[in-house]
Design a protein around this ligand. Sequence first.
Ligand code: ATP
Ligand code: MG
Length: 557
Amino acid sequence: MSETSKPGNFITQIIDKDNETGKHGGKVLTRFPPEPNGYLHIGHAKSICLNFGIAERYQGQCNLRFDDTNPEKESVEYIESIKGDVEWLGFTWKDEPKFASDYFDQLHDFAVQLIELGKAYVCELNAEQMREYRGTLKEPGKNSPYRDRSIGENLALFNDMKAGKFADGDVVLRAKIDMASPNINLRDPIIYRVRHVHHHQTGDKWCVYPMYDFTHGLSDAIEGVTHSICTLEFQDHRPLYDWILESLGTFHPQQIEFARLNLNYTVTSKRKLKQLVDEKHVTGWDDPRMPTISGMRRRGYTAASIRNFCERIGVTKSDSVVDVGMLEHAIREDLDANANRAMAVLNPIKVVLTNYPENKEEIFTVSNHPKNEAAGQRQVPFSKELYIDAADFAEVPPRKWKRLTLDGAVRLRGGYVITCDEVIKNHAGEVIELRCRYDENTLGVNPEGYKPKGVIHWVSAQHALDATVNLYDRLFDNEAPDANYADKTFLDFINPESLTVLSGAKVEPSLAQAAKGQGFQFEREGYFCRDAKEEGLIFNRTVTLRDSWAKIEAKGK
Ligand code: ATP
Ligand code: MG
């Protein structure tokens, strides 16, 4: 669907109105402004789809701008991953990526201008005093004793700050707004602080760094952003955003807030995701269980499925929690339509066809996709010894059993009907081999007189390839791992079954050609992709064929 034909939302209504009144001469420029202090997650995907999607809808543009005012927490690794993720999602930003740090000189000059206007002052209260003076939601704050310094004194002190004459935390530059404002963000917020730290973009040039609120609106203004879209928690910061731009008389973008994406069974705070990585609860930011874009990509999510999901959840102004089942549905739907089928036996047991000639080998030609001829066909070898999944045989079958059982028949997908005559067990009583008969008249046709109830998948033992299959599941087994619990943290809800490694899987030989990252439906097992990172034949389960969690939840209620 093209962007213009998609349904609108309250933000496109605002833009439509602006375009009618000619507010920005029809121009639409948005931006996606990540802090490079972690990898992007599914929540960011919503913001990316929204900002870049709006730019496309109005034939405008979207900037990628790194909000890099916190150098201690940021890194070039994060910057590179963010660029890669936005591109992978299918979006192109305007010109080169931008950095708030590109504007440090301008931001410094804006701060000087505020001082000259009598609207900023250097304050020497320490952090604790600052808290005391700030007041509370119920009580107004008190003016700092440094609030009425002369403009000249402030200019000299700010210059000293910049020249490195103060240690970290000794002094700050504050906006002079209103210590009695009911909005705490307007109680003389800090706009510059001293930090003697190296910055990944500007090196050691600066020992003063602007605060986020000061930086953000001015960066928007410098770039000529028309609509500055952010999440709801910034609603209370909008008066400050507006105050800064009005005080300095710059171009004035409009800040518009929308509800962030919250997903059940999922944690999307960068701090917590970093904790999962740092404490090695997962293998890295791109662990396939992580809700990061890179993790989801490695899990086998496609960019289209993530974009479709973001489209469906829509954009509103009220907070809600989205069922992660909707995200899983989006990838299932995409892979069902677009992924080739293949046969993989995850927990193999051997089947010997007693009446099949010893050295015979047949090649069956099967469709790659049942509903899409264009996906072509592939060849699957067949021989006397096969593997089927242990779960597809039951000596004592439960009711309505449609798979293989002793003296029962089943069809091999794309092959013959077989009947089981004998079960061979080891000392522990486990089934290790089945002796079966095949009916040579059943290739593609049902035997006369009866129809086998079930169809199972299989691989030829001598042709099969060894593979490792990672069965991934949800990382948390609690609906709200992130909520406030008296005696638990989100770490207590890590699903112990979020990863099961099957190292003895047997897969059909065509899978040797699977490209890294390529997705498949393993017949009857689920959707998988070849791991894009590790060498060898490793497949990650993207999602099961059906939503098994919905059943668990229904039972629990
Ligand atoms: P986190 O809380 O995960 O640390 P953040 O807001 O601090 O996120 P930023 O790097 O500042 O992370 O986010 C960049 C952009 O993505 C911002 O505009 C932010 O509002 C948006 N964003 C972050 N999380 C979500 C979310 N869950 N849903 C929608 N947008 C989000
Ligand atoms: Mg942020």
